[in-house]
Design a protein around this ligand. Structure first.
Ligand code: ATP
Ligand code: MG
Length: 399
């Protein structure tokens, strides 16, 4: 859901770090290694936004981390991340201090043996480059992330253009964080983003999709998210079908469903989802939704039953899409509710007779389907027909 930073605090003297994370830091330190809390949890704690996972960064190389804890799982060993399971079976990520030695805009080759300062320097934004020590309560903030959190600014660590060229995903991450917290993007970071956006094509579709979906799920204002995708030039590369907006602010408070939002905010959603390598289920959900007939006139129950019949499994998606588009409930929602409450037949399966009954009447093969469709058609106009004896009599006429 959208997060709402309202206070602009300095770094708090105390931080509520979960006990298992403190334990992990203690274990590493007692073995002679440095260990700090890092990453998004600190940013969110300063903004007083709940955040589940506190990442730990340590000078201990991955094999040492594995030896020090009873239960570990490989998470991203190539990048120096070991998952440590606490007593409750909860996984905590412990990552060795590292710096990037080579980058190609998509991946980084990392080298261990870095200092905390070097590790913070390879992070993307100043607001994500804080470190906190849960035993001494010290902070490290070499890039003044606290000031940017207080002012509400997304600013690259170091030279913005260099940092984006190392990993173009950072451009999309800047948009996501700005929309999530309603932050401004620092002008020189923004200039680099606009200049480099045409290079976004080198990212994999999967990483772009994850960013786009996360953005839709977490943006405080969807309108800002969409405006930043357009204004940066990111939409031109990956989402040319993205509508310009504006997006009604009521969409911000509706439950966030990335696939439905993609369907509402873009032309030809299925093409967009296919490009982003969404799952087949997600793509077909968008396709089915696109085939839903236009909304019926409110108050015309016959028309609404026909609409329900056509919308079928996409009915609820279609109603929610209408609300997202217009900012108010579908005009025919009350009709839908009444029809559903009464249990009027809107599809073949709702009819009081089935194919077996028609076969028993002596109908064969394709005639069964044809007659059922005719019966449904009549029943959509007049729900009172949906009785076994009435339908059987009608079927005999139609056969
Ligand atoms: P959230 O999980 O809420 O989206 P986060 O800040 O925790 O936000 P993660 O993707 O979990 O983001 O990454 C954890 C940390 O790793 C970030 O805070 C940042 O310091 C660093 N990081 C992540 N991705 C990148 C990247 N592409 N380039 C540089 N640093 C990164
Ligand atoms: Mg995270």
């Amino acid at each position: 859901m959208a997060d709402a930073p309202t206070v602009l605090p300095a770094l708090p003297a105390r931080l509520d770090v979960p006990e298992p994370v403190i334990e992990i830091v203690r274990t590493l330190e007692e073995a002679g290694h440095a260990a700090w809390c890092v990453g998004g949890a600190l940013r969110d704690a300063v903004l007083r936004v709940p955040h589940a996972d506190f990442d730990v960064a340590t000078s201990a190389p991955p094999d040492q981390v594995r030896k020090l804890f009873r239960r570990t799982v490989p998470v991203g060993e190539r990048f120096g991340t070991v998952g440590v399971l606490d007593r409750g079976g909860v996984l905590h990520e412990v990552t060795t201090f590292r710096h990037d030695v080579r980058t190609d805009g998509r991946h980084a080759e990392v080298e261990f043996g870095a200092s905390l300062e070097e590790d913070l320097a390879r992070r993307d934004f100043t607001i994500n480059a804080l470190a906190h020590h849960p035993l001494t309560h010290e902070w490290r903030d070499p890039f003044h992330g606290a000031d940017d959190l207080a002012r509400g600014i997304v600013r690259a660590v170091g030279e913005p253009a260099d940092r984006i060229r190392e990993d173009y995903l950072r451009l999309l991450r800047a948009i996501r964080f700005a929309a999530r917290f309603d932050f401004a993007i620092d002008p020189s970071t923004w200039t680099a983003m606009r200049e480099l956006a045409p290079g976004l094509g080198r990212l994999s579709a999967e990483r772009v999709r994850d960013e786009w979906f996360k953005g839709l799920e977490t943006a405080r204002t969807l309108d800002l998210l969409v405006r930043l995708w357009h204004a940066s030039g990111a939409a031109a590369v990956w989402l040319p079908e993205l509508n310009p907006g504006p997006i009604p602010s009521s969409a911000d408070t509706a439950p966030r469903d990335a696939v439905l939002l993609t369907a509402v905010l873009t032309n030809s959603p299925a093409a967009v989802l296919r490009r982003l390598k969404a799952s087949n289920a997600e793509i077909s959900r968008a396709e089915v939704l696109a085939r839903v007939p236009a909304g019926p006139p409110p108050g015309d129950e016959r028309a609404v039953r026909r609409w329900l019949s056509g919308a079928a499994a996409a009915t609820d998606d279609a109603l929610r899409a209408e609300q997202l588009r217009t900012g108010k409930p579908a005009g025919w929602l009350a009709d839908v509710e009444r029809i559903r409450e009464r249990g009027d037949a809107v599809r073949r399966g709702d009819l009081a007779i089935n194919g077996g009954d028609l076969l028993a009447l002596g109908l064969t093969g394709p005639a069964v389907g044809r007659v059922l469709d005719r019966l449904l058609d009549r029943t959509l106009d007049d729900p009172a027909l949906n009785r076994r004896d009435t339908l059987l009599a009608l079927a005999r006429e139609l056969a």
